[in-house]
Design a protein around this ligand. Sequence first.
Ligand code: CDP
Length: 239
Amino acid sequence: MPDLLTLPPSVIAIDGPAASGKSTVGENLAGRLGFLYFDTGAMYRAVTHAALTRGTPIDDAAAMAVLANALDIDILPATVPDGRQYTVVVDGDDVTWAMRSAEVDAHVSAVSAIAPVREAMVRQQRRVADKGRVVMVGRDIGTVVFPEAPLKVYLDASPEERARRRYRELLDRRQPADYEAILENVRLRDAVDSEREASPLRAAPDAVPINTEGLSVEEVVAVIVQLAGQRLGLALQPE
Ligand code: CDP
């Protein structure tokens, strides 16, 4: 594999609504290309989890900005083989699973709508790309974080299909799961994420839209690998 540090930094931006497959596709794609995988949703979840556990009022934008700037959020390679994609450590605590709770799901969109919280997160996200080639997933990567990314993809599927995927994910992890509640949360987050003033969820005009309904992860990854070969000039080995 080429030495990533000697290559010019390059970003593949993957955006899309809640549970549209960004994380699974992003991780597979990064593995296939030898890129770093970085999930920006983890940062907003980490801030939300910290606010809930420390009692910071989420409707107090100034207090939330102070919290977001003070937190030491580390996203590391998985430290425990329990199905996690990565380990998230906030001020020394492993919050990887705790920040996936229904309570965080219920509040994360409100936290992500706070402009100074976003500014603090985006600053850190831009620094990640200094380390080399990265597949970065989120809501505003192609529009705000890396508008110059040579390849932008926007993944989508119906709310019902996305809720089904999240429901199966929870069952696979032996977590309690209620399909109707998940569907409601997916719809609510989509609405808040798309309607907020600060960096709303939307496809960049030059993003390639992919409707993942009925497609397997491998099929979606194959489409993006081909695009990456063209746009980033990568010489790719066949599967
Ligand atoms: O994986 P899932 O689609 O459930 O969500 P996520 O990617 O973990 O993101 C959780 C929440 O963080 C989203 O609903 C957004 O409110 C927010 N987010 C954001 O505003 N901007 C990003 N770049 C990534 C996530």
